[in-house]
Design a protein around this ligand. Structure first.
Ligand code: PLP
Ligand code: ZN
Length: 419
């Protein structure tokens, strides 16, 4: 079947040299190479006539409600899974513990495969179909892979996922249950990444790999569009997000900016980007003002353990646009954030999922964020994805004999030790 091009997309502009290319199946600027990530441009004048508070009020509560602002063809068959419009919770107890006026959590663990990545994969599978691919591939053991496997199953695409040999069993199982072909590459993640790219070229698969696919960021953008609508009555001073490749924060920033451009909000919140101490190349580039220097990684927040981020320029640009900040947190602070997010907020995030919360706490301690200010933290992934780390944060159960006596003794000990 042939697809009509997305109606409101006007072109793809290189983030480095500014050249605009016509819409099509390209990833990066031919002149600038791998760094020349393309940014999707839209006809905002026409979109502004269609996306209004009144028209939005009539639309479905999922991320397809912004169809004019997405690079998708009107012929695309939208996956049936519920993507986006994740809840925003106002949690006074958590605000008080952290020391801000108001604290909101947006729970991305509520997406179909339990992470933010579903926003991007849902666009990726539509692009694959539109450009005539029957198979889509990626290299990852993390949320990008499980999300791609789930969304591919939903739309009937074949998926090939390349994982390094040492990929944890639970994550490999999540891929297999969705029917993905999982290839365990005898080597490192880099070996898996390279083999996937070569496989895509040789066998004609669509590549969902990197931060370099310009259409995936547009999917991530919808979280920013949603925040604008969900918080219109009380826009937070800060939006806080964990950062790996930089696509998530870049997309959210773009979405918020677009909503301001369309007149749906009058102010864009400041962005706080948070990395783990053990994987902080973008924080270092933010501080130094120099080009990014790749690093080794060592953190429990595996979903943001990225030593060579692809989309750091966009992340930094988007943060600077809002006079935002960046900060790095330790694994200890991430585990503490996992506890308080769950115990005071009732939301269970994976380590990278609560890294934003850890960053907010540290930013308040350092007076980057003040006690009279308000913040929205995006919890990017569900805690059940990484039980091993959660166990480090959670403590242990009390083992007792099945008698009231034993119960009373255990409760007594507990109240004395506070354990
Ligand atoms: C991928 C991911 C991120 C970071 O997104 P980037 O685009 O790599 O910056 C944060 N949290 C979770 C749970 C993720 O899976
Ligand atoms: Zn270029």
């Amino acid at each position: 079947m042939t697809y009509t091009p997305p109606r409101f997309v006007t072109g793809l502009t290189c983030f480095i040299c500014g050249t605009t290319y016509p819409y099509g199946n390209i990833f990066t600027c031919p002149e600038c190479g791998i760094d020349g990530i393309l940014d999707v441009q839209y006809d905002y004048d026409s979109i502004g006539k269609r996306i209004t508070p009144n028209s939005l009020a009539l639309r479905g509560l999922n991320h397809w409600r912004y169809e004019e602002l997405l690079p998708i063809s009107s012929d695309s068959v939208i996956p049936h899974l519920h993507i986006g419009w994740t809840p925003v919770y106002d949690i006074p107890r958590l605000a008080k513990a952290v020391g801000v006026q108001k604290l909101f959590l947006k729970d991305e663990g509520r997406n179909p495969t339990s992470s933010f990545k579903d926003r991007a994969s849902s666009i990726g599978v539509l692009k694959a179909a539109e450009f005539g691919f029957e198979t889509i591939a990626c290299a990852s053991t993390g949320n990008a892979a499980s999300s791609l496997a789930g969304l591919s199953a939903a739309v009937g695409l074949k998926s090939y996922i390349f994982v390094p040999e040492r990929a944890p069993e639970p994550k490999v199982t999540q891929l297999l249950i969705f029917g993905a072909t999982v290839l365990k590459v005898q080597g490192t993640y880099e070996n898996a990444f390279d083999l996937c790219r070569e496989g895509c070229e040789k066998f004609g698969w669509y590549n969902r790999n990197s931060g370099t696919n310009p259409f995936l960021v547009e999917g991530k953008k919808t979280a920013g569009l949603e925040i604008a609508e969900q918080c219109a009555a009380a826009m937070p001073d800060w939006v806080v997000v964990s950062v790996g490749d930089g696509c998530t924060i870049g997309g959210i920033g773009k979405g918020l900016q677009e909503m301001k451009m369309l007149g749906l909000i009058d102010r864009v919140p400041r962005l706080l980007g948070v990395q783990a101490e053990g994987a902080r190349p973008i924080v270092d580039a933010f501080v130094s003002g120099q080009d990014l220097v790749p690093t080794d990684t060592n953190t429990i927040a595996d979903s943001i353990a990225v030593g060579t981020p692809r989309n750091w320029r966009r992340a930094l640009w988007q943060i600077e646009q809002t006079h935002g900040e960046m900060i790095a947190v330790s694994d200890e602070q991430i585990l503490e954030a996992m506890r308080i997010t769950a115990r005071l907020g009732g939301v269970f995030g994976e380590p990278a999922g609560v890294t934003g919360m850890a960053g907010l706490q540290l930013a308040v301690e350092r007076k980057i964020i003040r006690s009279h200010e308000t913040a929205l933290v995006i919890v990017t992934g569900n805690g059940l994805k990484d039980i091993h780390s959660a166990k480090q944060a959670a403590g242990t159960a009390i083992s007792i004999a099945p008698t009231l006596d034993a119960l009373a003794k255990a409760l007594d000990t507990r109240s004395k030790t506070g354990a």
